[in-house]
Design a protein around this ligand. Structure first.
Ligand code: DSN
Length: 422
């Protein structure tokens, strides 16, 4: 980082502070992770200097001898890893990827049916504040009030009533495995396309720790960061019959030139994901989540659906006399970073909801296992029980730092190499 330091000491200092924050805090935001040095290097490469509108062999500008190979590598690795017929790796991130699917198959005003945002769906699955809710007739399904789980008979009834053109499965805060076979059945009954947004659990699918939606869905979208542990980006995987529609929707439909440096980093991440080490990581993410969920429930926490079978869990703090925002702020001061989150049928406002969401990909990447998850559950319980105790928060932050230093985070190992004179 010497060049950043010389040219822009302010940004250099902020990056260094963020490195330290990421190194020394227990990061439980379910969508965050630590990428490898290799992914960081590819992201920061000269590929950022190139423009390459179009697709390999059909570009608008010259000089694509290298970029075509980079993009083809990323595509072919994704096709192999996920057993996909066609892959587009150009979407800038998850929201543009989902928008591209809508552009490919819908006209303004057409009906989509997805999981309601306050129940764990994503903004782009039809929330009124997003373009997906503004430009389309967005209908939603909710979780069952008693079980906190998806009720497939209700989804079926809603689908028959509203006849969506696209049925969306996927979430950003649902702790259970989706039944892709049932979603497929429902989509077929109403002649809808089935789109699965696997952004949250793509890494688990790649690592064999979660069923794949690919055999069931017409189109699958995913970010490439989150549990997949690549750079900030996205991809769309689809059946061969939809290849042209998807490619045209991404470019020139909603995007200009792809970010070739990101494409290279996606290729690196996909290579890393096709290893036994990554499969071990994916299995451990799930084991860590299950252990943390069990330990928290044993301490009186209310988990939506009474547990988890993926990488995340959602806690309703109503019985603890503290809001999600207050708890997440106290925990952040105590070195444990997570986000407040609405719980199903939440009575509180979205910015200060009743719950918190926790996920295990990032801590698993730094080597936390079951024992550390039990320790983390104790730290969380103490802070939630006494959030105004500043001594406790400071003590817990020191404990978090110690735990983190015993498990160096990928991409940040250099922080432990103290230079002579430092
Ligand atoms: N912001 C992401 C998450 O935290 O789940 C979703 O886009």
């Amino acid at each position: 980082m010497q060049h950043v330091k010389d040219i822009d000491p302010e940004i250099h200092s902020l990056i260094k502070q963020e490195e330290e924050r990421q190194a020394d805090k227990i990061r439980l935001i379910a969508s965050e992770n630590y990428v490898s040095r290799a992914v960081l290097e590819a992201t920061g490469s000269v590929l950022t200097n190139k423009y390459s509108e179009g697709y390999a062999g059909r570009r608008y500008y010259e000089g694509q001898q290298i970029i075509d190979q980079v993009e083809n590598l990323a595509i072919n690795r994704a096709k192999k890893l996920f057993a996909a017929e066609h892959v587009n790796v150009q979407p800038y991130s998850g929201s543009p990827a989902n928008l591209a699917v809508y552009l490919a198959f819908l006209n303004p005003g057409d009906t989509i049916l997805g999981m309601a945002l306050p129940h764990g769906g994503h903004l782009t699955h039809g929330a009124q504040v997003s373009i997906s809710g503004r430009y389309f007739n967005a209908q939603s399904y909710q979780l069952d009030r008693h079980t906190g789980r998806l009720n497939y008979e209700q989804i079926r009834a809603t689908a028959h009533a509203v006849r969506p053109k696209i049925l969306i499965a996927g979430h950003s805060a649902y702790p259970r495995i989706l039944d892709f076979r049932l979603f497929r059945e429902i989509a077929d009954e109403v002649q809808a396309l089935l789109m699965v947004d696997m952004a949250h659990f793509a890494g688990l699918v790649a690592g064999g720790a979660h069923p794949s939606p690919l055999p069931y869905a017409d189109v699958v979208t995913s970010t490439t960061h989150k549990s997949l542990r690549g750079p900030r980006g996205a991809m769309i995987l689809c059946r061969a019959e939809h290849a042209q529609a998807i490619d045209k929707a991404v470019f020139p439909g909603i995007q200009g030139g792809p970010h070739d440096n990101t494409t290279a980093a996606i290729a690196v991440a996909l290579k890393e994901a096709d290893t036994q080490a990554f499969r071990d990581y994916a299995a451990q993410v799930v084991r860590n989540a299950a252990t943390l969920a069990e330990a928290l429930m044993a301490k009186g926490f209310t988990l939506i659906t009474d547990g988890t079978d993926n990488h995340l869990m959602l806690i309703d703090l109503s019985n603890k006399g503290i809001s999600g925002k207050m708890a997440s702020r106290a925990l952040d001061q105590a070195g444990i970073v997570l986000n407040s989150n609405a719980v199903p049928f939440d009575q509180r406002k979205p910015f200060d909801p009743s719950g918190i969401r926790l996920g295990t990909p990032a801590v698993t990447s730094r080597g936390f296992k079951e024992e550390e998850m039990r320790t983390v559950s104790e730290m969380i319980a103490k802070v939630v029980d006494d959030p105004g105790n500043h001594q406790l928060l400071a003590r817990t932050a020191a404990q978090a730092r110690e735990l983190c230093r015993a498990h160096p985070a990928p991409g940040l190992e250099h922080l432990l190499q103290v230079a002579p004179g430092d």
